[in-house]
Write a protein that binds this ligand. Structure first.
Ligand SMILES: NC(=O)C1=CN([C@@H]2O[C@H](COP(=O)(O)OP(=O)(O)OC[C@H]3O[C@@H](n4cnc5c(N)ncnc54)[C@H](OP(=O)(O)O)[C@@H]3O)[C@@H](O)[C@H]2O)C=CC1
Ligand SMILES: N[C@@H](CC(=O)OP(=O)(O)O)C(=O)O
Length: 351
């Protein structure tokens, strides 16, 4: 199969660089265009940005000239958007109108009822929103989004429990890596030796996106599950990886052993299809009492699996556990690329 030409919108940012690194040698997609703001367009990729990741700098594309983020200049079959949510507002629809399928990290269109907010293991059926989106908006292309990174990690653990038992109530406290705030992000003088009790809009996003991801498609539109979710989000001095303390009320009050069994046995659609970016195991269940740990576990499986440990009884809601996932891989670039792999495999785009 020939590879699908793709554009990376916002290729100079920290999420854009992760897209480039993951796509540099991808079996399904081939980078045809890199874009940024007008400040960077016309410069080579090497001139316009400082490479901030490990591995081959610039994904081997350091001499590639950056294009403006305009569909007339950079249209491809597929675009991965690492744009800030402000510029994404006009740029992503312009690409979709020009026939491009845009896989976006930005929060701008996530909660629109005709826009798939996708985690392929959790709600692949939400691809069914695309015909409504195209019909309503008159686009030949489309916009598909991935959730907030904290939400992504949370729903990976909740989805199998929702399928097996039904989730009623969730209390989640996060300990979020500084990379979630982009570069340069939080000032070192604020975060070193400290924890910060506020991340703007984060708790609100987790509380609404979780029910949306675990909800349904009815009459071509998204309908959120009525579960109750309360989130407390903290920034901690960790580079990559969001840790979460989760307490959950499940229907039927299963035991910790039953919960562990369901999580360990879960083999959702991307793993069944063997999609290139899908980890072999979606949820890794740890039994050691001091795992998961960010430094030891978060880079496993290319940052695409999530980790559950310390599953035990909760005297308030029934079950509690520790959860960990990679915020800029599973929660951003890797999650978006897996969304595109799913959409192609299910012939929702590019068929
Ligand atoms: N799923 C998730 O939870 C996560 C999502 N994100 C989201 O991903 C996106 C990117 O984040 P991050 O990489 O940290 O952001 P950066 O600020 O590092 O990068 C932003 C990119 O957008 C480009 N850009 C900025 N303004 C414009 C404009 N007016 N027109 C065209 N391009 C523009 C920049 O180009 P230039 O260099 O020329 O300025 C740069 O390439 C954000 O929407 C963020 O919220 C990030 C982390 C996790
Ligand atoms: N807010 C997240 C990262 C992020 O960009 O989230 P969102 O995609 O919902 O804006 C964090 O700080 O860790």
């Amino acid at each position: 199969m020939s590879r699908i030409p793709v554009a990376v919108l916002g290729a100079t940012g920290v999420v854009g660089q992760r897209f480039v690194r993951r796509l540099a040698d991808h079996p399904m997609f081939e980078i045809a265009a890199l874009t940024a703001s007008d400040r960077s367009a016309g410069k080579t990729y090497r001139e316009a940005c400082e490479w901030r990741l490990d591995g081959e700098p610039y994904g081997g594309l350091g001499d590639r000239v950056l294009l403006p983020s305009e569909p007339e200049k950079a249209a491809c079959a597929v675009a991965f958007s690492a744009l800030d949510s402000g510029p994404a507002k006009d740029i992503e629809p312009a690409f979709a109108a020009a026939g491009v399928h845009v896989f976006s990290n930005a929060a701008t269109y996530r909660m629109d009822l005709d826009v798939p907010l996708l985690v392929p293991e959790v709600n692949p059926g939400h691809l069914a929103l695309l015909p409504t989106q195209r019909q309503r908006r008159g686009w030949k292309g489309s916009i598909l989004t991935n959730p907030n990174c904290t939400t992504t990690v949370l729903v990976m653990a909740l989805a199998p429990l929702h399928e097996a038992f039904g989730v009623e109530t969730v209390l989640m406290t996060s300990m979020q890596a500084v990379s979630g705030a982009g570069y340069p992000g939080v000032a070192s003088l604020d975060i070193m030796g400290n924890v910060l009790p506020h991340i703007r809009n984060e708790e609100e996003k987790v509380e609404v996106e979780t029910g949306r991801l675990l909800g349904q498609v009815e009459n071509g539109l998204a309908v959120s599950d009525p579960m109750t979710v309360s989130a407390l989000c903290w920034r901690v001095p960790v580079l990559e990886g969001h840790s979460e303390s989760v307490s959950v009320k499940l229907k039927g009050d299963p035991t910790p052993d039953q919960v562990r069994e369901v999580l360990a046995a879960w083999k959702p659609l991307p793993q069944q299809l063997g999609l290139p970016s899908a980890p072999a195991v979606a949820v890794r269940v740890h039994t050691a009492e001091n795992r998961p740990q960010v430094r030891r576990d978060v880079e496993m499986d290319g940052g695409m699996s999530v980790h559950v440990g310390r599953v035990r009884p909760c005297p308030v809601l029934g079950i509690k556990f520790a959860l960990l996932g990679h915020n800029t891989e599973r929660g951003a670039a890797g999650g978006s690329i897996l969304n595109a792999e799913l959409a192609v495999a299910r012939k929702a785009i590019c068929s």
